[in-house]
Design a protein around this ligand. Structure first.
Ligand code: DC
Length: 216
């Protein structure tokens, strides 16, 4: 079974998806695996930056994406032998990941990888096009939203960025614009996807609402 969650940055998607994956157990008694597709784009961006690849050079970025050894081991994303999850949320990666994820053939590499990882598993997958492109037939599809001010505030209080609140808001706005205008895999609310505005709600309230909707 696949539970797919999309939405812009700062809506609490990752935390909620992780909480659901931890809590749920499939009809087959198997646990759920949490897959964060944004982290795959971030990992490719990290690799490109480390290799000195210019992120606007689509050919080189694609070549790198095709060769990158990305896999989940014991629930954590690895690049080759290295566990890289803690390295994926720097300001530098935040800056380059949107253009990298806008490269259409790079999206196909990531989409194939996500489908391969989820194959045969119960999975909670999250990103921007999980409900529309990658798993349009998922058993459950959700879109989490929140106002830009609220999202900037949430990101800012996470304390992982050196940017001011105003700069964070501007950076999110820029990423939203790229994400919503991608030639493929753009962020939008798909047909029949359950929409939820999380502004003013706590993570636990959002989690409880989603949990109520899911009948296993
Ligand atoms: O969810 P996130 O902020 O970690 O995502 C990082 C970037 O990757 C963001 O710019 C959106 C993009 N992304 C995407 O285009 N498609 C996805 N399925 C997931 C993320």
């Amino acid at each position: 079974m696949v539970i797919a969650i999309d939405g812009p940055a700062g809506t609490g998607k990752s935390t909620i998806a992780m909480m659901l994956a931890e809590k749920l157990q499939g009809k087959d008694n198997k646990p759920f695996t949490y897959i964060n597709s944004g982290n795959l784009y971030r990992a490719i961006t990290l690799g490109c930056l480390r290799m000195g690849i210019d992120c606007s050079d689509h050919e080189k970025v694609l070549e790198y994406a095709r060769s990158a050894l990305l896999e989940y081991r014991e629930g954590s994303l690895h690049l080759g032998e290295e566990m890289i999850e803690d390295l994926l949320h720097s300001d530098e990666i935040d800056r380059y990941v949107s253009p990298v994820s806008a490269v259409v053939p790079v999206r196909h590499v990531v989409n194939d990888l996500v489908r391969k990882i989820a194959a045969g598993l119960n999975a909670v997958v999250e990103g921007r096009d999980m409900t529309t492109v990658v798993f349009p037939n998922a058993e459950y599809r959700f879109y989490l939203d929140a106002s830009i001010k609220e999202r900037a505030k949430r990101r800012h209080t996470q304390g992982v960025s050196r940017l001011s609140l105003e700069e964070t808001e501007k950076a999110i706005e820029e990423r939203d614009s790229i994400d919503r205008n991608k030639p493929e895999g753009s962020l939008y609310i798909g047909e029949d996807v359950i929409y939820m505005d999380t502004s003013g709600l706590t993570l636990n309230q959002v989690y409880a609402t989603l949990l109520e909707r899911i009948q296993l």
